[in-house]
Design a protein around this ligand. Structure first.
Ligand SMILES: Nc1ncnc2c1ncn2[C@@H]1O[C@H](COP(=O)(O)OP(=O)(O)OP(=O)(O)O)[C@@H](O)[C@H]1O
Ligand SMILES: [Mg+2]
Length: 312
């Protein structure tokens, strides 16, 4: 297993020096915010680089000239309205959908140009928790988690058994769960098993599409703790789609806001909220957003204290 070099995301933005802004984000900052820079911090390696991406379904344009950079060991929260194209963006990054134009590079490979072998190798370096249908309903928990391991055709059943049990333990489930069917599990357990499957091959990059949707607050908190622990122990880079503000505040080192077919801003949340845009105002600066922002550690909240006071 890889060594942990990961800061605690709740207290330490991965790149505190300067936020990365999408091209449109320079349009203006909200009053009460310090000035924000438009340069990318350059300390960690980019794991994902999306450049000038356009995606259309027929005449419906989902993404247009979209840019996004994700650096090693970051936890990026991808937020945006329903239908703004969050899932579609992830599907393109993992190669399940082809872009209409533009470039996507993952671990330094342009995924629109690679051969099948390289695509297969890249898939093994990433894990995915899908928004819907996380598990195969006809397979036991054990077989769901074992499936990516069996696809390698190189591991013995004994070794697969050890790995599955270890992954169950990592996501906080007892070995007794292994023989259960998905229909016998709670929503939170299903998500945990989905994560266990996503990390079965020890990926460096983890995609989570709405990991806490449908979970009660306690299960959401437990889920956040689990992701934080995995992030710390595996040194993962995480891209997480979420509508859940508490999860954003607790986990994300940066938030990438998808609106107007682009990534408007990709920055620590206290910088992202300063971009003057209707989605950002309604998502982060409504009652729930302000409440969630108040949960940020004091050092990070200071930057936006004026903005938070404004709404009182
Ligand atoms: N295969 C497809 N064919 C045609 N249109 C599609 C397809 N997949 C997605 N879309 C459209 O693309 C848009 C973006 O969908 P997407 O699922 O990426 O949104 P989202 O931001 O993930 O939304 P949500 O928050 O509701 O999950 C929607 O208008 C959707 O109808
Ligand atoms: Mg979606």
């Amino acid at each position: 297993m890889r060594e942990s070099t990961v800061p605690d995301p709740s207290t330490t933005p991965a790149t505190p020096a300067s936020p990365a802004l999408g091209s449109d984000a320079r349009s203006g900052a909200t009053a009460g915010c310090p000035p924000i820079s438009s340069t990318l911090p350059g300390d960690a390696e980019p794991v994902i680089e999306v450049r000038d991406l356009t995606k259309r379904y027929g005449t419906h344009t989902i993404h247009e000239h979209l840019d996004l950079t994700v650096r090693q060991s970051e936890i990026i929260a991808l937020v945006g309205g329903s239908g703004s194209g969050k899932t579609t963006l992830i599907r393109q990054i993992i190669g399940l959908e082809a872009p209409t134009s533009g470039h996507i590079s993952v671990f330094g490979h342009d995924i629109t140009m690679i051969d099948r072998n390289t695509a297969h190798l890249l898939r093994r370096r990433s894990g995915m928790l899908f928004q819907r249908g996380a598990l195969f309903s006809a397979l036991t928990v054990f077989d769901n988690i074992a499936q990516p391991l069996r696809e390698l055709h190189t591991l013995s059943e004994d070794l697969i058994r050890d790995v599955v049990m270890y992954k169950l333990d990592m996501v906080g489930l007892s070995g007794r769960m292994a023989n259960r069917m998905p229909a016998e599990l709670s929503g939170g357990m299903i998500k945990r098993v989905g994560i266990a499957r996503a990390i079965a091959l020890e990926p460096e990059l983890l995609f989570l599409d709405e990991p806490t949707a449908g979970l009660d607050p306690q299960a959401s908190d437990e889920f956040v703790d689990m992701i934080r622990g995995l992030h710390r122990s595996l040194g993962l880079t995480v891209v997480m789609v979420t509508h859940d503000l508490d999860t954003v505040m607790m986990l994300a080192t940066r938030v990438a806001v998808l609106a107007d077919r682009k990534v408007l801003v990709n920055a620590p949340v206290e910088d992202a909220v300063c971009v003057d845009h209707p989605f950002i105002r309604s998502f982060f600066l409504g009652e729930r957003g302000r409440r969630a922002l108040l949960a940020l550690p004091a050092a990070r909240r200071t930057k936006i204290s004026e903005l938070l006071d404004d709404g009182k």
